[in-house]
Design a protein around this ligand. Structure first.
Ligand code: NAP
Ligand code: 3JM
Length: 350
């Protein structure tokens, strides 16, 4: 982005899978940084990371880390955000939080800039970045909601292992090698660290992301359901989700069924609405086998949509295939976009 003023930025969780993409995105988007502070836990304190040709030493996160910081990008887990985001705000920073800690707090805007950028201006120091699976889905649904209305959404996800962090990526690598060499697979982390049972992810599919809730849905599924209603400002839309982890590294894919309000909507109308939307790329040409895949979308900031077709029984029902890089639009890029919007619109002051 181009602006004359420059800002002191802290990245909390800089050594993580999301943190690495945060640095890559700040660089690629030419974010106006004055000072950059890279923060982690005690474990990685002292580690050196490169940014724009300069070496930075990672520091342990403490309340004092946020003295003089203008913008703090948090992605170090919910408990870290709960502990340190208020400390950052107390010291005058605006926090963009990538965890589920504050997403459903009525005082905290939950934002995908293509959908509800204006909500940012109501912030009291914290803006929440939605769950990765929610972000790409609501970005694709927004033009449909705007032009045709929307009453029901049913989604099944096909989620990459990078969404579970660096250790989960290591587990996939180790298990894949063991499987191909005919050895036994050891599962210690997935589906959820700290759970009673662990299952191999290599050459498998795990229908559990995050912990189960009393209603039989997982927390990841409930994040998609509740966050969609909040971001799209629609408490009445019916949403159901099934979230599944698959053994690839990057990008989440989703099969989304949506029922519109308007009668007589055609596939071509839906395609036009989606292809005109900002941040969305239509890749939909079945005759030539054109559709997005996790590999084709990895490393890109957009949300890709294909396989748009009408339900065969419900005239108001449509099926879509939505794919996006979970660490970029699903995490780092959406956060940096929120930070850019704070600057561009002069919304940094509470
Ligand atoms: P990761 O690869 O495991 O990295 C975790 C990061 O958090 C590391 O930098 C780690 O530092 C830091 N950390 C851990 N405990 C800390 C503490 N007590 N104080 C300060 N820093 C601490 O995980 P990840 O995939 O990057 O995800 C990090 C978080 O981002 C997740 O827990 C989640 O809340 C959020 N996330 C959000 C989305 C989204 O959908 N928007 C997607 C993925 C993740 P060390 O190197 O010192 O361990
Ligand atoms: C993605 O608090 C934690 O242990 C982090 C769990 C987590 C989350 C979360 O709930 O913040 C891991 C991966 C997310 C997310 O974005 O919802």
């Amino acid at each position: 982005m181009t602006t004359t003023q420059r800002y002191n930025v802290a990245v909390v969780g800089a050594t993580g899978a999301v943190g690495a993409k945060m640095l890559e995105t700040l660089d690629k988007k030419n974010f106006p940084i004055n000072e950059l502070h890279l923060l982690s836990s005690k474990r990685s304190a002292g580690k050196e990371l490169e940014f724009q040709g300069k070496t930075y030493t990672v520091q342990e996160t403490t309340p004092e880390s946020f003295e003089g910081i203008d913008i703090a990008l948090f992605s170090a887990g919910g408990s870290v955000s709960k502990k340190f985001a208020p400390e950052a705000v107390k010291r005058g920073a605006v926090v963009v939080d990538n965890t589920s800690a504050y997403r459903m707090d009525p005082e905290v805007p939950l934002v995908v800039p293509e959908v509800n950028e204006e909500d940012i201006k109501t912030h009291n120091g914290i803006i929440a970045n939605p769950n990765c699976s929610t972000i790409q889905m609501v970005a694709a649904l927004k033009p449909i909601q705007d032009q045709f209305g929307m009453s029901r959404v049913i989604v099944s996800t096909y989620q990459a292992v990078s969404g579970a962090g660096n250790e989960a990526l290591d587990e996939l690598r180790t298990q894949s090698k063991a499987f191909l060499e005919g050895e036994d697979l050891e599962a210690e982390l997935l589906p959820v660290s700290g759970e009673k049972h662990h299952y191999p992810i290599a050459f498998n599919a795990l229908p559990q992301i995050d912990v189960f809730q009393d209603n039989g849905y997982t927390f990841e599924e409930m994040k998609m359901i509740n966050e969609t209603k909040k971001i799209m400002h629609d408490d009445t839309v019916h949403v159901a989700a099934t979230c599944v982890r698959l053994p690839f590294f990057t990008s989440h894919a989703e099969s989304v069924y949506v029922e519109v309000d308007k009668e007589g909507v055609t596939v071509d109308q839906l395609k036009t609405a989606i292809s005109n939307a900002e941040g969305i790329v239509l890749e939909d040409d079945p005759e030539n086998q054109v559709y997005p895949t996790p590999l084709s979308s990895a490393g890109k900031c957009d949300v890709f949509v294909g396989r748009i077709r009408k339900d065969l029984d419900n005239q108001k029902g449509f099926h879509l295939w939505v794919v996006s890089d979970n660490l970029l639009k699903g995490a780092a890029w959406n956060s940096v976009q929120i930070a850019e919007s704070l600057i561009k619109n002069n919304w940094l002051q509470k």
